[in-house]
Design a protein. Structure first.
Length: 467
């Protein structure tokens, strides 16, 4: 076994293109460490689910529907793992890459536990050719390159990151995915320098980023042409030079632990089906009581919807790598981004508010994740955000301000624009209407929990927690 120190690592898989990474809580804006994976593979029999094995640890994971193998996930103790197959080893591997990760989720609490598992299986001739990034509730992380009978370990240095694509330094000299590794590295370092790096930033700006060497469609709508391709169309995959998520991307996850030493009850993962540029996130908690609806089983509703929107962007049957960026945003102001970004606003704001309170019970986690996926699925399906109102929520220039947040018996409600503010429960029941500026005295009939504040014409729906 060899131990190494690397500034940044980023991984990709086989002939496909998985990308994995870790960002330390020391450099995120909220102190929360993150691991992430963009999964590329030839197959669509996928799901997200929470699993409670007999006599082992519960975990939330992305997995095949036809087997029990997990391909990224986090368990009830805050031990998380992502994996990318390595294409420059000799030897053999198959589902064993995922089986090994599943075993780790069921049995490991710490990086030390995983290290012991790796050391022991070196002597058993594992059927793995892969790279694994693991982190635990202490905020520490490590990257393991693993052939059938040996391994190397890499730790983040002062950069606070680990990132990779589909090669191992202890393999041969080939470096598949090198360009993508450099690209992801540059994005992360830029966000770190701008002091905006956190799980939300990775979800919005990295895992679905449509840019590769020589081809940049931003800002949208893209009205130019690449070569003889139609206006607005880009090639995501040519001669091994791919976008971070491409035609073979089937899912992506951004997995988050609380700040170092925090309560693993707050560990969670943001989950995407299909290509993250066209899909929307939902949240899962390994310490909930069950899997959320819409995302489990073969051809689940959320998978089917995400796959259909992905297929509308990858429209060409003759060249499957072509991506029509006008599906995201066209020159008439239409496209998935007109509601995708607002759904993401709501998800990230609502999760942040939920996590800012006292550690929730497993029952509360279950109810919360079910509410989030139900709302996200319906908004994503309908192409608009609504909270039981007749009209969709507009998101122009105005900003709604709620202070303090969380609050107890009263809160100051202010807005940059005129007009009423409607207050809803998470279930969509309107409980009152306020007219800012106002110091709202909360009545005794309003229970503690998350409330949603919507002002027509303001940017987004604000979530606030009553303690």
């Amino acid at each position: 076994m060899r131990t190494h120190l690397l500034t940044i690592l980023i991984f990709v898989a086989g002939i496909f293109g998985c990308t994995i990474g870790f960002v330390s809580g020391d450099i995120t804006t909220d102190g929360m460490p993150v691991i992430f994976k963009v999964r590329d593979i030839d197959g669509w029999n996928i799901e997200y689910k929470r699993v409670q094995p007999a006599y082992q640890f519960a975990y939330a994971a992305h997995s095949w529907t036809t087997s029990s193998t997990a391909w990224m996930g986090i368990n009830e103790h805050g031990f998380g793992v992502v994996q990318s197959a390595s294409a420059n080893f000799s030897g053999g591997s198959s589902l064993e890459n995922g089986i090994f990760m599943t075993h780790a989720l069921k049995n490991c609490v710490s990086i030390a536990d995983f290290d012991s598992l790796v050391e022991y299986t070196d002597t058993l001739s594992r059927y793995t050719l892969a790279n694994y990034i693991v982190f635990d509730i202490t905020g520490d992380a490590a990257l393991y390159e693993m052939s059938n009978d040996t391994h190397a370990v890499y730790y983040p240095d002062t950069s606070g990151m680990l990132v990779r694509t589909n090669f191992s330094y202890i393999g041969n000299t080939e470096r598949p995915g090198w360009e993508r590794m450099v690209r992801a590295k540059s994005l992360l370092l830029g966000a770190k320098g701008d002091e905006v790096l956190d799980a939300e930033w990775i979800c919005r700006n990295l895992i679905g980023y449509l840019h590769r060497d020589g081809i940049d469609p931003y800002p949208l709508p893209f009205t130019g042409q690449f070569g003889d391709l139609p206006t607005g169309v880009m090639d995501t995959d040519t001669a091994g030079n791919r976008t971070i998520a491409s035609k073979t991307t089937v899912a992506a996850s951004v997995i988050v632990n609380p700040p170092a030493g925090g309560d693993p009850q707050l560990s969670h993962m943001y989950c995407y089906f299909a290509h993250p540029a066209v899909s929307v996130p939902f949240v899962m908690f390994p310490n909930s009581e069950e899997s959320p609806p819409y995302v489990t089983g073969l051809d689940s509703p959320m998978f089917t919807l995400s796959k259909a929107k992905r297929d509308s962007a990858f429209y060409s049957s003759s060249d499957e790598g072509l991506f029509d960026t006008w599906v995201l945003l066209d020159t008439t102001g239409g496209g998935i981004d007109t509601y995708k970004q607002h759904i993401e606003d709501w998800v990230f704001d609502t999760v942040a508010t939920f996590l800012s309170g006292a550690a929730p019970s497993s029952a509360m986690l279950t109810e919360f994740q079910d509410t989030v996926i139900t709302r996200v699925y319906n908004w994503y399906r309908d192409g608009e955000i609504s909270l039981g109102m007749a009209e969709p929520v507009d998101i122009p220039d105005g900003q709604l301000h709620i202070r303090p947040n969380p609050f107890n018996s009263h809160a100051s409600i202010n807005s940059d624009i005129d007009g009423p503010v409607h207050v809803y429960t998470l279930e969509g029941r309107m409980i009152t209407t306020l007219y800012p500026p106002v110091n709202w005295q909360v009545g005794k009939d309003i229970p503690s929990g998350i409330l949603l504040f919507n002002q027509p014409g303001a940017r987004g729906t604000k979530a606030a927690l009553i303690r």
